[in-house]
Design a protein around this ligand. Sequence first.
Ligand SMILES: Cc1cc2nc3c(=O)[nH]c(=O)nc-3n(C[C@H](O)[C@H](O)[C@H](O)COP(=O)(O)OP(=O)(O)OC[C@H]3O[C@@H](n4cnc5c(N)ncnc54)[C@H](O)[C@@H]3O)c2cc1C
Length: 404
Amino acid sequence: MPGIKALISGAGIAGPALAYWLARYGAQVTVIESAPARRTGGQLIDIRGSGRDVIARAGLAEVVRAARTSADGLSFVDARGRRQASVRADGFGGDGPVTETEILRGALVEILHEATDASVEYVFGDRVDALDDRRDGVHVTFAKSAPRRFDVVVGADGLHSGVRALAFGPDGARLRHVGYYLSFWTARNTLGLCDWTEVYSEPGRTIGARAVNGNTQLMAFLSLRSAPFRYDPRDTAALKTVVRSRAAGMRWHADKLIAQLEDTADFYFDACSQVVLPRWSSGRITFLGDAAFCASPMSGHGTTIALVGAYVLAGELARAQGDVAAGLRAYEERLRPWITRVQRFGQHNGRTMTPRTRAGIAFRRGVVALQERLPLGDLLLRDQIRLSNGFALPDYTLYERTRP
Ligand SMILES: Cc1cc2nc3c(=O)[nH]c(=O)nc-3n(C[C@H](O)[C@H](O)[C@H](O)COP(=O)(O)OP(=O)(O)OC[C@H]3O[C@@H](n4cnc5c(N)ncnc54)[C@H](O)[C@@H]3O)c2cc1C
């Protein structure tokens, strides 16, 4: 591993996490990001089970714990705001519907960048234009920088990965729509929520708010059940119009939250899609995180699988001692069965957040209320908790050269 030159496209979560582990095993790492600076946008993301173990092994548990948002729990409310059933964050070993480790995406991006800044080369405002995989390595042409050769290239550039299209062609990945769209935006805390989340559902649509930033702000969100429709992910104004029209007429405090869309500092909208690649690698080019195996935000595991994937990819490359093809094969063989289970879970979990019918909403309320009362309530979420903790991290400490 020492001396191996790695290029990672994408400086979100998966890219810097992989850079961290590769640098620790002695690789020379370059991360290229199309945005002009760190993209610290986004709302709350969960770090569950095996993902939390990766953070601990990286020695980042304390700093992540300090940056967590405080979250005591979540209530499902009716149109008049009455809390009908609730779950607490400290239940379910911290891996329930509200996890103990919820952190603003931007805070995690900052932590991962700061852990790697001294040992990794970051290039912002540039992108890979062409890849030529030859015997001596991958010859990479960039939009702006001079061409360079790398031993391995990793596409960690998200759901709409540009590197994936270059390596596999525009139709090389199947995007599987799981039937929902999700939007998040920051709002003032006009609901007076304190370390708590409230969720209101009507058939096929759910709106909610979660207190963040010392309860000064809300992370508002809307989840829609919908057949696929065309949209431009960069046209924020058009996407806000979609959110407004789809949430029109919703009761509870929907109007107050929607009114704040206009001047929100932070807005996210995307289809809940999964990426299904027949194989994760082609020659010396491979994929990680959403670019390789997005499970959709509905899975609640996107960040967890990105972190675990980064740990395993770096570890298997280190174990392979320069045989990149063997390392990439082992990465997929080890990880794919668990990722497949997470994706299966993500395909169905949207129904819990946004039931299709009034009966479905009532059923969810009943189940959550039952779980509040019965000591055996944890059994209801047993499968999800097992899934979050379902990947046993291999030990790669033997290959460590340095601690970034
Ligand atoms: C701005 C933003 C906000 C988000 N907000 C949320 C949220 O609120 N809730 C949620 O559940 N998930 C959110 N996500 C998705 C979430 O971060 C991922 O699902 C998960 O953490 C896996 O991370 P990833 O690194 O694989 O992908 P991402 O976090 O999406 O990171 C991919 C990175 O690649 C960069 N990139 C894209 N194309 C190129 C290219 N051609 N060349 C170089 N770089 C490129 C992007 O700018 C980004 O920095 C958001 C993602 C982004 C980029």
